[in-house]
Design a protein around this ligand. Structure first.
Ligand SMILES: *Cc1c(COP(=O)(O)O)cnc(C)c1O
Length: 392
């Protein structure tokens, strides 16, 4: 039918307000990784999230790396990180010569399991080496169980980095994700809820850290009349042009969140009919917005037991719809095969993270998607599941 044009998973959605900031930058020749747009973008993100201090970076990954530097993560250290996330959550741990220890998910929000985390902390304490940090991710925009996780982190005295790359605007008991832990990071990569084409931000209530992160992100140039370096620095600062895009995007962040949530609601409604009509067929379930949380629903995801998500991907591909499997757990990645993993249920044959990977799917969630395009996606998914259900 209308599938000549592919329906994308998630693509940048400009507001039309970005160019004014960029033109201003050109007019004033601020074509550098410093300038008024960078300051303004930091200010806008701080105001929106309630974060006290912020430093814009060239990517979310760079912000995670700087966060680990602030917590003095180094060679021989360990850092806890969820297994069910994008590799960028864990890679910076290894840039620092430290080792990621992977923690399983719970099945309500799909994020770090407090049960598995507690077991891992207890084990680390018995081994005499607590982790230098815990990285928590709010996957697909859904806040993790921060009350339990923060309580555990506090009782063991381990600082928390929130990887809020996917969850800008999501709330946990009214508090913005990224501002609950000791340091938070956001990403403005092209596929995220808002974008600077590429960029990130580090936020904290501790000014010492955001200042030091900024210093390191600008090559660690000491204040001296010549190039003086006492620390290893990085070229991690966001450009004034990219920050201009970010300023324009911040003006529509709330609108994008509303649109993303509406897309999710429409899937929910559409598949409710399928679930009711074909009650003996593979059932569609969802990542739960757990009590007291508000998800930005960056990506609409579903879980379907009894079919392999690769089959669903193929069926959608053939109909001009881009879908994607959920994150493949990091503890199952060849590059991390020597890293430890703590499952939520030690007796279960497969971990929750693996179960999610083998049953879940990301559906098109671009905010430009039309109503009829979304109906077409819903129909195509339902048709595939009915066929799969009939052949069992
Ligand atoms: C996108 C993403 C990152 C990395 O952000 P970049 O800006 O692409 O470097 C880190 N963690 C998670 C969970 C992400 O989704």
């Amino acid at each position: 039918m209308q599938s000549m044009k592919r329906i994308p998973l998630a693509i940048p959605h400009m507001s039309g307000k970005e160019m004014a900031y960029i033109e201003q930058a050109f007019a004033e020749n601020w074509i550098a990784p410093v300038g008024p747009n960078v300051d303004l973008f930091e200010e806008k993100v701080r105001r929106y999230t309630g974060a006290e201090f912020a430093t814009a970076t060239s990517s979310g990954t760079a912000a995670i790396h700087l966060a680990l530097r602030m917590l003095e993560v180094g060679h021989g250290d360990t850092v806890f990180c969820p297994s069910f996330t994008f590799a960028a959550s864990a890679n910076p741990i290894h840039y620092q010569g430290a080792k990621a220890v992977f923690i399983d998910s719970e099945l309500e929000t799909w994020n770090m399991s407090p049960i598995a985390l507690e077991r891992a902390l207890l084990d680390a304490q018995q081994q005499g080496q607590l982790p230098k940090a815990i990285i928590v991710v709010h996957i697909y925009g859904q806040p993790a169980k921060m009350t339990e996780i923060m309580a555990l982190a506090k009782s063991y005295g381990v600082p928390v980095i929130e990887d809020a790359a996917e969850s800008l605007g999501s709330l946990h008991h009214g508090v913005q994700t990224g501002t609950i832990g000791d340091i938070g990071i956001y990403s403005f990569n092209g596929n995220k809820i808002i974008t600077t084409s590429g960029g990130g931000m580090l936020v904290s209530a501790k000014e010492e850290w955001t200042k030091e992160a900024k210093f390191l992100s600008e090559q660690a140039k000491e204040p001296a009349p010549y190039y003086q370096h006492e620390k290893i620095g990085y070229n991690y600062r966001l450009s004034n042009i990219a920050a201009g895009i970010g300023c324009g995007q911040m003006e529509v962040l709330q609108e994008r969140i509303d649109q993303k949530r509406l897309i999710f609601e429409r899937y929910l409604e559409g598949f409710a009919t399928y679930n009711e009509t074909f009650s003996n067929f593979p059932r569609i379930t969802y990542q739960q917005e757990s009590e007291g949380t508000f998800s930005n629903r960056w990506l609409s995801t579903i879980q379907v037991r009894g079919i392999h998500p690769l089959q669903l991907k193929e069926a959608l591909d053939a109909n001009g719809i881009e879908g994607r499997l959920l994150w493949k757990p990091l503890h199952l990645q060849p590059v991390f095969q020597k890293n430890r993993f703590f499952a939520e249920d030690v007796r279960a044959k497969i971990s929750n993270a693996q179960r999610l990977f083998e049953s879940g799917f990301c559906l098109p969630s671009a905010t430009q998607m039309t109503l009829s395009e979304q109906h077409y996606v819903i129909q195509t998914v339902a048709k595939f599941l009915i066929q799969a259900g009939e052949s069992v």
